[in-house]
Design a protein around this ligand. Structure first.
Ligand code: HEC
Length: 109
């Protein structure tokens, strides 16, 4: 396990504990939830080394609806990737909407 994994795991636990508020696609709330995504998606050109070397897609500037759809597909198992399925399984619909709102408005994250 490397530090990125430890950081996102800690972030996931903290974000899960903190997510109680309800608002439709709140970018400010989404920003607070990116702690668990930044370990992988915040690093330009980052590639995961497990289970194989894999390019991590850039999220900033992508369409919010696309991001939500991708996260739901990971959660349902329709789209499969070990890291993202694990992450998406812990996200509520509200978390997904907030994260999508934030990333859609971020030029390059
Ligand atoms: C452990 C590393 C890791 C973490 C942490 C992580 N991701 Fe990912 N993410 C990936 C990888 C690798 C892919 C590409 C998987 C694939 O091709 O299906 C991906 C794909 C995605 C995609 C699809 C992008 C596309 O272009 O289709 C979305 C959306 C996404 N992640 C959102 C998030 C969000 C939101 C978080 C935080 C809640 C997060 N990810 C946390 C590694 C990570």
């Amino acid at each position: 396990m490397n530090n990125a994994y430890q950081n996102w795991f800690l972030g996931a636990v903290l974000a899960a504990a903190a997510s109680g508020a309800w608002a439709a696609g709140d970018a400010a709330a989404g920003k607070g939830k990116t702690a668990m995504c930044q370990g992988c998606h915040g690093i330009p050109g980052w590639k995961t080394a497990f289970p194989e070397v894999y390019h991590v897609p850039k999220l900033g500037g992508q369409h919010a609806a696309y991001i939500v759809k991708a996260l739901q597909a990971y959660k349902s198992g329709e789209r499969s990737h070990p890291s993202m399925q694990g992450i998406a399984a812990g996200l509520s619909d509200q978390d997904m909407a907030d994260l999508a709102a934030y990333y859609a408005g971020a030029a390059s994250k």
